[in-house]
Design a protein around this ligand. Structure first.
Ligand code: OOG
Ligand code: NI
Length: 472
């Protein structure tokens, strides 16, 4: 009799990421080039940096690591997406309002589905940035367009009942036999395949006049992966190698600059959207070929997660770079200014980032264990005397400004918005209601990891650490 080993959610997640990559690579061959170059960059980085290269994730994790981006049109569709990702152990984390993070017309609110436990992240950290069209936001859509959007989106089926029910069962049982796993993967992957169905020309381009993102979501009868992003250990090297291959990247790397101190948060860059063949149905009923540019290649480098204090400092630094840049001669590279702002404001070592409460770390008791202590000690004392070793927690989330920058740099046109109107209010709680499940606060997840490590350290050392809560 064949043995029927069941697949765990992380195995399903890893396989889902692989299948989406195969699908996307077939649809957008430039993605395969990006993955090849990313691999070269990572291999060289590991050769140059040895053990240190794995400080923010094992080679195995980083090599397999991808994030995807998808876009859906309604509350109903977003709630369905949440059910599907739950089957892969991916939960909603973080709220991003790109409507306000961007000057051009990006009428979406977003969250990211990802594993939340450190062991699950280490096994496979696949995450998907998921945006929902704010179809009722008057700044972008008048009443007639809103109604047409709702009718159009309401009439389509992105995910079959079979997929949704199988996903629910998988999430409930936490594992799946081979046969059902094959079916789940096939249905889930094909839901994100670019459809060959003709696009209604006039409706699509009416929406594109308002927002290219709205057209990509509400102007087509199905959904698709917008991009799939590999992770590199040296994004400047990647950028240079892609340009050397003749692939034009967007003007700059988004997020923090390259500098000699610790990498924080997230750095991202992308190449321009590529023209892809699509067929259009015209008002006279005829179907003719054409092309659309909506999908692009993106790559990222991840750094250390910041605490709330650190994040506030980051936001202040970004604002400082902005105002300095505005006052500089045209053509001054943003990165040059940012590097100086970073040097002036951020400590240049991981240890100080940790001890000043700016970034999230876990703390490990040194090996061999130090002589037993009694009473209490400060975290600073324990770290400076080598009793506790801080280990960085990698940033697993996204940055709204970079996300908006990536959206924006890939739009041919700003679209239009009327800021005289009042926008639909959305926040993490309202979007949780839409999803029918709680969206996790990323900061709480990182803090919980830090606290658990400190509680364990107190237990091992038999002492009280006096300043656990300070600075966070
Ligand atoms: C999502 C853009 C945001 C990122 O990496 O910040 C994003 C989209 O284009 O749908 O993926
Ligand atoms: Ni992305």
């Amino acid at each position: 009799m064949p043995t029927t080993t069941k697949l765990q959610l992380w195995e399903l997640r890893a396989e889902f990421a692989l299948r989406l990559a195969t699908l996307y690579g077939n649809e957008v061959p430039a993605y395969n080039t990006l993955v090849d170059v990313s691999r070269e960059v990572n291999e060289d980085f590991i050769r140059r940096n040895g053990q240190d290269a794995e400080r923010l994730g094992s080679v195995q994790r980083v090599t397999a690591e991808r994030h995807g981006a998808i876009r859906v049109g309604s509350h109903r569709e977003l709630a369905q997406v949440a059910r599907i990702f739950a089957a892969f152990g991916m939960h909603p984390v973080g709220f991003y309002d790109l409507r306000d993070a961007s000057k051009s017309s990006v009428p979406v609110v977003s969250t990211a589905f990802r594993p939340i436990d450190p062991e699950e992240l280490a096994r496979n950290p696949f995450r998907v940035f998921t945006s929902m069209l704010a179809h009722d936001d008057r700044r972008f859509f008048d009443e007639e367009t809103q109604q047409h959007l709702e009718t159009f989106i309401g009439a389509r089926t992105l995910f079959s009942d079979e997929l949704l029910e199988l996903a629910d069962r998988t999430a409930r049982e936490g594992e799946l036999d081979q046969h059902d796993a094959e079916r789940l993967l096939e249905l889930a992957t094909s839901a994100f395949k670019l459809s060959a169905a003709p696009v209604d020309h006039d409706w699509y381009f009416k929406l594109e006049g308002i927002s290219a993102v709205a057209a990509d979501i509400g102007g087509v009868p199905s959904t698709h992966i917008n991009h799939l992003t590999p992770r590199v250990l040296d994004i400047d090297d990647l950028y240079a190698r892609m340009e050397a291959r003749g692939i034009t990247m967007i003007d700059e790397i988004q997020g923090p600059p390259n500098w000699e101190g610790p990498d924080i948060l997230l750095r991202q860059t992308s190449f321009r959207a590529l023209a892809e063949e699509r067929s259009f149905r015209y008002a006279d009923g005829e179907v003719r070929p054409g092309s659309l540019r909506v999908r692009f290649g993106e790559v990222e480098q991840r750094g250390i997660a910041l605490t709330e204090t650190g994040r506030n400092l980051y936001d202040r630094m970004v604002a400082e770079v902005d105002s300095w840049l505005a006052a500089s001669p045209a053509g001054t590279p943003r990165a040059e200014i940012a590097e100086q702002v970073w040097r002036r404001n951020l400590p240049s070592t991981e240890q100080e980032l940790a001890l000043q409460g700016l970034a999230h770390f876990t703390y490990r008791v040194a090996d061999p264990a130090p002589a037993p202590r009694t009473g209490s000690a400060s975290l600073r004392n324990l770290v400076e005397t080598g009793v506790l070793v801080p280990e960085p927690i990698v940033y697993e989330d996204f940055l709204p400004r970079s996300a908006a920058g990536i959206f924006q740099s890939n739009l041919t046109d700003d679209g239009c918005r009327d800021d005289g109107q009042i926008g639909t209010p959305y926040d993490i709680d309202r979007l949780s209601d839409v999803l029918g499940r709680r969206i996790f606060d990323p900061n709480e997840l990182y803090s919980a990891q830090r606290s658990a490590s400190l509680a364990e350290a107190q237990r091992i050392l038999g002492i009280t650490i006096t300043d656990i809560q300070s600075n966070l």
